[in-house]
Design a protein around this ligand. Structure first.
Ligand SMILES: Nc1ncnc2c1ncn2[C@@H]1O[C@H](COP(=O)(O)OP(=O)(O)OP(=O)(O)O)[C@@H](O)[C@H]1O
Ligand SMILES: [Mg+2]
Length: 370
């Protein structure tokens, strides 16, 4: 998916994956060689505090300085980047349209989009991909009844708030980079997951829990049938610890990650915050998966892939598995890349794997992809 209207003239296969999260900025470079996909570069740097709020850039100067220093430290020469958005300002939805000529689609999409977008149509950038023009994949029974057969087509509609997109364009410019692809976090993750799939025809969900976004994407036969972002994440836990213990953000992060010795009473307090927060995440995910199961009853989700730095929060994975009755596995985006152990410490990569999914998925993109 690329919701950028103007694409820079970067050459094919020439994109560096740049995931600008609210907690950490990650860079991945992958070389497509004869041997396969080779990891060339990986790095992560903390995002300046409060510089990115609800998926939009609040402090262009601070974030661009961080990106510049990350590219400098890693000696990344390629300036062409693939970046992604997340949060309420970006909406992806599969719609069913009457079959029509390519030239008519744009107008029809605009009309259809107005029904789904909580903003004025002039406030958003629209993009779409025709998923198939034959028998519809992933149609709900409702859609099937309407579509009858192949006189309808599935279209993935993506709408991003223009002011938020403009913020990213300005940020990338300020960091002296060229924006080649502007994707969505959960689609980038789908890209990263696809290289590891044994059965690309199956149905699975990818869940990412970062610092301030919880993304859900359900995929059937390689196509996203449902996706949603909510404002949940690890920052909820950090903030609750800050107020409960009256400590700084850094200290609260340390406490959250188990790096501070606590007495039994305080330890129980932290565990309670974690349990209450992960309960909300599990409920949100269960709610979305139940909706998908009801809407697409023939496409039972066989597997959940977990990503995002907060996916390792104690108890979360087990609880999610219990509530959904679906096997849950961590998505290791490095698993199917060729990695030189002299350049990258395998223990370090294992440690950061949950945070690297989006950046790897972006680095696998090339300009002109859909
Ligand atoms: N081992 C761990 N256990 C629990 N939480 C962790 C662990 N490691 C990192 N985190 C948390 O993960 C979050 C960062 O994850 P990630 O890098 O995926 O977020 P982000 O992409 O910057 O944020 P977002 O996409 O939500 O804006 C932080 O809240 C951090 O405290
Ligand atoms: Mg993220």
């Amino acid at each position: 998916m690329n919701i950028l209207k103007v694409v820079s003239a970067a050459k094919k296969h020439g994109l560096v994956g740049l995931d600008i999260g609210s907690h950490g900025i990650k860079v991945v470079e992958i070389e497509f060689s004869k041997r396969g996909r080779v990891l060339r570069n990986f790095g992560i740097i903390p995002t300046p505090q409060d510089a990115i709020v609800e998926g939009s850039i609040k402090d262009v100067e601070a974030v661009s300085a961080a990106i510049k220093s990350l590219f400098g430290n890693l000696k990344v020469k390629n300036r062409n980047v693939a970046v992604s958005l997340s949060g309420y300002s970006i909406i992806a939805k599969k719609i069913v349209l009457d079959k029509m000529e390519e030239s008519e689609i744009e107008k029809a999409i605009k009309e259809e989009a107005e029904k789904y977008i909580p903003y004025g149509i002039n406030e958003v950038n629209l993009d779409y991909t025709v998923l198939n023009t034959g028998d519809s994949t992933g149609e709900s029974p409702d859609e099937k009844a309407r579509s009858g057969s192949s006189d309808r087509m599935d279209v993935l509609l993506v709408a991003g708030k223009s002011d938020v997109i403009d913020g990213y364009v300005a940020l990338i410019q300020a960091a002296n980079l060229n924006l080649g692809v502007l994707d969505i976090d959960v689609f980038a993750l789908q890209n990263a997951a696809e290289i590891s799939l044994e059965n690309p025809e199956g149905s699975y969900a990818i869940i990412t829990v970062g610092a301030s976004e919880l993304g859900i994407n359900t995929v059937h036969k390689g196509l996203s049938v449902f996706s949603r972002d909510s404002s949940y994440g690890g920052a909820q836990i950090t903030k609750a610890i800050m107020s409960e213990f009256d400590v700084s953000f850094e200290e609260a992060e340390k406490i959250k990650l188990g790096g501070v010795d606590l007495d039994d009473n305080n330890r129980a307090g932290v565990e309670k915050i974690i349990a209450n927060t992960t309960l909300q995440w599990v409920r949100e995910i269960k709610h979305a998966l139940d909706f998908v199961a009801n809407t697409y009853p023939d496409e039972a989700i066989e597997k959940i892939f977990l990503s995002g730095g907060s996916s390792g929060t104690p108890g979360f994975q087990r609880h999610l598995e219990q509530e959904t009755n679906i096997p849950v596995t961590g998505l290791n985006p490095f698993k199917y890349l060729i990695i030189d152990n002299k350049l990258f410490d395998p223990n370090y990569l294992r440690h950061v794997a949950p945070q690297a999914g989006v950046a790897v998925g972006l680095a696998l993109r090339s300009i002109g992809d859909k």
